[in-house]
Design a binder for this molecule. Structure first.
Ligand code: ADP
Length: 682
């Protein structure tokens, strides 16, 4: 059963001379409490009818109504149920109405005793919907419109109107209602006026005093709410200003600098530190610090982490650690290390707040109060430091992501430049031999009477350049496979001298087919070298290319020496040295570039593609080694070095034959002589 009409309107209709007034919720609460206290303090058996908009509002006052119920049996409480409120007759009459009943918008209280009467009849004013997060603070300022009066006639009328509602919702209370009407003479206007006259003599002082007390209490509550809102606003403003400052930079150093300065200044601490760290770090170098007093600076110091039980506690719990009183905290007094830190850096109160990103510890914010100063870290400060720590985490990661992006962009731009250069160079390198071949073939075709010697020259030139094109394409494909990471490494433990033998045979085979003799080849490779860990096929490729170059750029009277020796206990160093034409010091790095050739492609006398050393570098870095060149300069010979890892379980028993799958194994294997120290091969 729903009655949509308003009790206030019914009252105004019944007593048209009444004028309504606006009341805030806090005033209505104070008035209601003062009216209820009138019943509680008096000796008269009063009629009390209280109408609450919702069950929750009644629940806040339930204890008072239980006490009122002990004073009089005519107590009616009406409310829209939310959980357990329902029609019942216990210490008072409970009357439940639907949430969309007209009563749900109103607030009524009538107190009627033989000697006094008061009533409060109000309806809530509709206001624009507010943000739900504002509700707690807005609640006290809800506004109502209605009547509050001591007038006996008005109170009797309101009591009658409300009892009529009760009659509808709880017909079972008819007898009790009749009794109330009779006892409190609700239908007898004359009696009401008589009682009103009696009431003139009642001292309003106690009521007014109670009312003022409740109004004061309401005001106090408002002030507290206002203070907490103001504090929250101040904190939010500060966090926002620090966040804005942090976010203005994408440079992690700036972010730390700004955060440490703003936070330290805002919280008025002696020292504020922000540093990067991981949960496993031994220590942190302090670079960002705010000093609020004349205390010792930690900048440039190494700050212990693993030895610091407070740091360990933060890592284990994932939460901040606050020590208010250093001298009595057992965590500090029980640790020698911490005691020495505290003394050295004069720390009185200590706060450590972790900076997390995606559940990983990425840094720490530390606040110190120094000297004899001890300070409690209040909830507001803690909330603020945590908010800043979160912002620092996000800003740092963003800055890093941006830096990575910039790096990536640069790499992409470099890659694009390389690609364009490569296309141009490859085009040139392929076109040159192709043009020669074309010219030779055209001459042969157009001149059938060409002398046989010239014909022979034409043919062998065309064949040479066709071979050059073939090796160029082959090297080019090898290099792009290596660069794109499409190579499968068949890594195994190998004896270096086996690979050397294969490389030397391939150089010999090539030399036999070419004009000019080889320089003297000498090996300085100890027999008891540990096994290396590499893909034999690629190791032979590196050795062949380096030895091939050394022979190419050294006259037949010169020497090429291959030296291998351990470098530390993890790798071998291999050197291919020659006494040839040497490399100028500014070209020692460039020789590893693709297509670098000192004399340029057109003036080349030695053959080759200009890709050999680029391929070697790719292979060597593939197994985690290094390759580099040295030279005394022009005509002073060159030395090419590379490193190769030693096999972990290195035993010279294992001697796999890399030739079985080596693409360089064109020639015979060199004899066992390659194992001897200082063995000339030619
Ligand atoms: P190429 O096929 O031209 O030998 P590389 O990449 O192997 O290509 O070598 C690049 C260039 O480095 C050579 O053209 C030469 O100018 C220089 N170079 C390489 N090895 C030596 C060496 N042992 N002595 C002098 N110069 C060398």
């Amino acid at each position: 059963m729903i009655i949509p009409t308003s009790v206030l309107e019914e009252l105004l209709h019944a007593l048209p001379l009444l004028r309504t007034q606006i009341y805030f919720k806090s005033s209505l609460t104070a008035l209601s409490h003062a009216m209820e206290d009138q019943v509680l303090a008096g000796t008269d058996r009063a009629l009390v009818i209280a109408c609450f908009q919702r069950e929750r509002f009644y629940r806040q006052e339930a204890h008072r109504y239980r006490r009122i119920g002990n004073k009089t049996d005519q107590v009616y409480v009406l409310a829209a149920p939310e959980t357990e409120f329902q029609n019942s007759s216990q210490i008072q009459e409970a009357i439940a109405f639907e949430p969309d009943d007209g009563l749900a918008k109103e607030w009524h209280l009538v107190v009627l005793a033989p000697n006094y009467s008061t009533c409060l009849v109000c309806r809530e004013k509709e206001v624009a919907p507010v943000n739900p997060s504002d509700l707690p603070s807005m609640d006290q300022s809800r506004r109502f419109e209605g009547i509050w009066t001591f007038d006996r006639q008005v109170s009797s009328t309101v009591a009658r109107l409300l009892l009529e509602r009760v009659r509808v919702y709880r017909p079972d209370l008819e007898a009790k209602i009749q009794q109330a009407i009779a006892t409190y003479q609700l239908n007898e206007t004359d009696k009401a006026l008589e009682a009103a006259a009696r009431f003139q003599d009642v001292d309003p002082g106690p009521f007014v005093q109670r009312l003022v007390t409740y109004l004061q209490a309401g005001q106090h509550k408002l002030v507290k709410t206002y203070r907490s809102i103001a504090a929250q606003e101040r904190r939010e403003r500060l966090v926002n200003s620090i966040t804005t400052a942090i976010r203005q930079s994408l440079n992690p150093a700036d972010i730390f600098q700004v955060a440490v300065r703003e936070l330290g200044g805002a919280l008025d601490v002696c020292r504020c530190l922000i540093y990067r760290c991981k949960a496993t770090d031994q220590e942190a170098a302090i670079a960002y610090e705010f000093l609020g007093r004349s205390v010792k600076s930690l900048t440039g110091e190494v700050w212990p982490l693993q030895e610091n039980p407070l740091f360990q506690e933060v890592v284990a719990s994932g939460e901040r650690v606050a020590v208010e009183n250093i001298s009595t905290d057992p965590r500090i007094t029980g640790s020698k290390r911490l005691m020495s830190l505290v003394q050295e850096w004069e720390i009185g109160s200590w706060l450590m707040v972790p900076v997390f990103y995606q559940n990983q510890l990425v840094g720490m914010v530390e606040l110190h109060h120094c000297g004899c100063e001890e300070r409690e870290w209040d909830a507001e400060e803690l909330a603020m430091v945590e908010a800043i720590a979160t912002q620092v985490g996000v800003a740092t990661l963003q800055a890093e992501a941006y830096a990575n992006l910039e790096d990536l962009n640069e790499q992409l731009a470099a890659l694009d430049r390389t690609r364009s250069n490569l296309i141009a160079i490859t085009g040139h390198e392929l076109r040159t031999p192709l043009s020669t071949i074309q010219v030779c073939l055209e001459s042969l075709a157009s001149d059938p009477d060409m002398p046989p010697e010239l014909r022979q020259v034409m043919l062998s030139t065309a064949l040479d350049d066709a071979e050059r094109m073939r090796t160029l394409v082959q090297d080019f494909l090898t290099l792009s496979r290596l660069e794109s990471g499409r190579v499968e490494w068949n890594t195994e433990a190998l004896p270096l001298h086996e690979c050397l033998s294969l490389a030397i045979s391939s150089v010999h085979t090539r030399a036999n087919t070419e004009a000019g003799g080889l320089p003297t080849l000498t090996l300085e490779v100890p027999e008891d070298l540990p096994l290396v860990r590499a893909d034999g096929e690629w190791l032979v490729e590196v050795l062949s290319k380096l030895i091939d170059n050394a022979c190419k750029f050294t006259p037949s009277g010169g020497t090429v020496t291959i030296v291998a020796q351990p470098r530390g206990d993890r790798e071998l160093e291999v050197k291919v040295a020659d006494t040839g034409r040497g490399i100028s010091s500014d070209r020692l790095e460039t020789v590893f570039d693709r297509f670098y050739q000192e004399e340029g492609a057109l003036r080349r006398s030695t053959g080759g593609t200009g890709l050999g050393l680029a391929i070697c570098r790719q292979i060597v870095t593939g197994w985690g080694g290094q390759i580099w060149a040295k030279s005394g300069g022009k005509d002073c010979g060159s030395q090419f070095y590379f490193t190769i890892p030693i096999a972990a379980d290195s035993t010279s028993e294992v001697t796999p034959n890399p030739r079985s799958k080596s693409k360089s194994s064109k020639g015979d294997r060199s004899s066992g002589s390659s194992r001897n120290r200082r063995t000339p091969i030619r």
